[in-house]
Design a protein around this ligand. Sequence first.
Ligand code: IP8
Length: 265
Amino acid sequence: MTEVILLKLGGSVITHKHDSPPRLAINNVRRIAKELQGVSSPMIVVLGGGAHGHQAAHSFGYGNPTTPSTKLIAGIPQIRRNMTELSSSIEHIFSQNGINSVVIPPFASTFLNDGEIISFSLSIMERTIESGINVITHGDVCYDLQRGAAILSGDTVITYLAHSMHPKRILIGTDVDGIFDGNPRNNPHAKVVPRIDSSNREQILSQVESSSAIDVTGGMLKKVQELLSIQGGNIESIIFNLTVPGRLERLINGKSVICTKVLSR
Ligand code: IP8
């Protein structure tokens, strides 16, 4: 299997997360596509839900453990419609920039049980990569054996693919420089933690706050927990600021940028 780059495009970078109705952050997406133009390795690009996924999920009661399964299931078409719109807009912009890709949505081949993946089909993704076509996938709504339906976060997809596909690089693009040792919004002394591993993970996890915009999948804390849990051990993921032009391209080229490296246990 060809070695892939696994890249998460955070929902707060590719959409206007606080805008309703949801809106693509088109300038960011165009710039990201330009930064990816020179990439020679195959890519699996995983989109976060952003405004498209999280607002619809929130309005149907996802994220609230008391929501009945009938209401969750009633939300499937709207969430799917939004995620299809988001992913196909990105596929279109990639194609305008010479990046061939297809969208493979998790909904069509994934079952969850209490929010955890119990089946996820890799074969079409593998075949697509072997054919020389990049894959776009995303956080999605999926059937869930216990809850009726649940949100599969893009970070969980990244973790699952990191374990199964042995990627050569895992890049997690967000709207902040990395994981901070305090809240940078109210603590001017907060600094980016360059590396999270077994020596500091408990201390750092106790300081990480969840995201402020509507986010039914748990924000930054859940993200770090997911990355620390990638099975196989010693797998490095890089959390970086995708809103700053040039950082993605530098990382793709193996250059350093301000970021947090997370090493799985
Ligand atoms: O933004 C959530 O994915 P995430 C996907 O990566 C939906 O947590 C549909 C809300």
